[in-house]
Unconditional design. Structure first.
Length: 211
């Protein structure tokens, strides 16, 4: 019988299949988590993808490993960091203990890492987090409003990130208080003449919701 590590090392994208197996078996899930430390690069990165899929489908089954995923946020390998960001965002659906609140500043602090992909992953998962934790919605929105000033290689990178922010705002705009809603709408209006067509379009789409 094929083992989890062998399945993870396969070239084919069998991530969905492995995620289903892992969610049905605590032992298999533990093997996938253990594969994050594998010397086999394909197995390592596919394991991260499998865990990302599993965290979205059944966050309660991965929640006990919260601290493991938090540690991954500081991993030297950025691919693992990006997956950890998405996983933690998904796990907030099962976070009844307020663990995310304790790491909030560190989590959003990653937007200042200088990496567009890292910042985009933070922004991209923020809508889900805000919907799972509506009490944090205003606070999250304030972090995303800073996307215009985060340290990134170029102004075009910031334009891209602001476009992602508009999409995220659209996902939880209804959860925001009146004051922050006004600031978010002003932010969107300010992007209507952005030099990046995609960002302008995202702002336009958002403002259809906001007005």
């Amino acid at each position: 019988m094929e083992g989890i590590l062998e399945a993870l090392a396969k070239k084919e994208d069998n991530s969905e299949k492995i995620a289903k197996i892992a969610l049905a078996s605590p032992d298999a899930l533990a093997e996938v988590i253990g594969a994050i430390s594998s010397k086999n690069a394909r197995a390592k990165f596919k394991a991260a993808k499998v865990l990302s899929i599993a965290s979205e489908k059944a966050p309660e089954k991965l929640y006990s490993e919260w601290n493991f995923f938090v540690k991954l946020l500081t991993h030297k390998n950025k691919v693992l960091v990006w997956n950890a960001i998405r996983i933690i965002g998904n796990l907030t659906a099962a976070d009844k203990e307020g663990k995310f609140e304790k790491i909030f500043n560190d989590f959003y602090g990653l937007m200042k890492s200088g990496s567009l992909i890292t910042a985009a992953n933070i922004v991209g998962i923020s809508g889900r987090i805000a919907n799972f934790k509506p009490k944090l919605a205003d606070r999250i929105a304030r972090e995303l409003l800073r996307s215009a000033k985060v340290p990134l290689p170029t102004s075009e990178c910031r334009n891209i990130l602001m476009g992602h922010a508009m999409v995220a705002f659209g996902e939880f705009y209804g959860k925001l208080g009146p004051e922050i809603k006004k600031k978010v709408a002003e932010f969107g209006n300010g992007l209507l003449e952005n030099s990046r067509p995609g960002t302008r379009q995202k702002a336009e789409e958002f403002l259809k919701i906001a007005t």
